[in-house]
Design a protein around this ligand. Structure first.
Ligand code: PGA
Length: 254
């Protein structure tokens, strides 16, 4: 199970130090990791390298992933960070297609698919976010939205597999109406998403389904379900105590 902390555009170098200090006072990380519960930290780009080396130095068994990357390989794209730059840093994977990227930075389903192909071609693990907004849900068009977002990515995943790129792909179902709102999707709807992925793209695809949207140490035990392989957590995981309480809950329930 992957439990991902998406810090978004939060934290300073000093705060990251204090965060790791707090996590480091917990002595069950190695045990949790060996039972299959992995914490993944996603800091802003500028902290990726320092965070990775700090985790190693402190013997904290955490993975480090980026929150985004460019859809271009290289060139005159001011301000962008390429896939090769991420592999250079040795990051474990990358979040792609987060709804905030789609909403504020105009990312389309096609751009997300391009990024996924690039990530797979460099053996980076993509965590592909998708999900409907409130209006889609009310209008009964959720599955149409999932399909528009997932299908183009699925096509490039197939292409990458044919070319021999075997990195796992995780699908993060993140309904937009649940992100940062305190409302979590009901388990029955999350299972429906698992069913949708299984029916349309085969079991292997659903073997990497994560849920994100207002997950906290309190909601996580209700959400823990056989259909899910992990969680993507935003605001709650800015507090390291909440990370520890969440692992406590998850590992007790396993
Ligand atoms: P949230 O964010 O946990 O604050 O709802 C989740 C996400 O955006 O990945």
């Amino acid at each position: 199970m992957l439990v991902i902390a998406n810090w978004k555009m939060n934290m300073s170098g000093k705060e990251i130090g204090a965060y790791l200090d707090r996590l480091g006072r917990e002595d069950r990380w190695a045990r949790w990791a060996s039972s299959g519960f992995r914490l993944v930290l996603c800091p802003p780009f500028v902290y990726l390298e320092a965070l990775r080396s700090e985790c190693r130095k402190r013997a904290l068994p955490f993975d480090v992933m980026a929150q985004n990357m460019s859809s271009w390989e290289k060139g005159a794209y001011t301000g962008e960070v390429s896939v090769n730059m991420l592999t250079d840093l040795g990051v474990d994977g990358v979040l792609l297609g987060h709804s905030e990227r789609r909403r504020y930075f105009g990312e389309t389903d096609q751009t997300v698919a391009q990024k996924v192909l690039l990530a797979l071609s460099r053996n980076l693990v993509p965590v592909v976010c998708f999900g409907e907004n409130e209006e889609d849900r009310r209008g009964g068009s959720s599955s149409r939205v999932w399909d528009a977002q997932v299908r183009p990515v699925w096509e490039v995943v197939m292409k990458a597999r044919q070319a021999g790129y075997a990195s796992p792909v995780y699908w993060a179902y993140e309904p937009v109406w649940a992100i940062g709102t305190g409302k979590t999707a009901p388990l029955v709807e999350i299972r429906e998403v698992g069913g949708y992925l299984r029916d349309n793209f085969g079991v292997s695809c659903a073997s990497g389904l994560l849920y994100g949207g207002s997950v906290t140490d309190e909601s996580v035990s209700v959400l823990q379900d056989g259909a899910l392989h992990g969680f993507l957590v935003g605001s709650a995981f800015l507090d390291p105590r909440c990370v520890i309480r969440t692992f406590d809950q998850l590992c007790a329930g396993s």
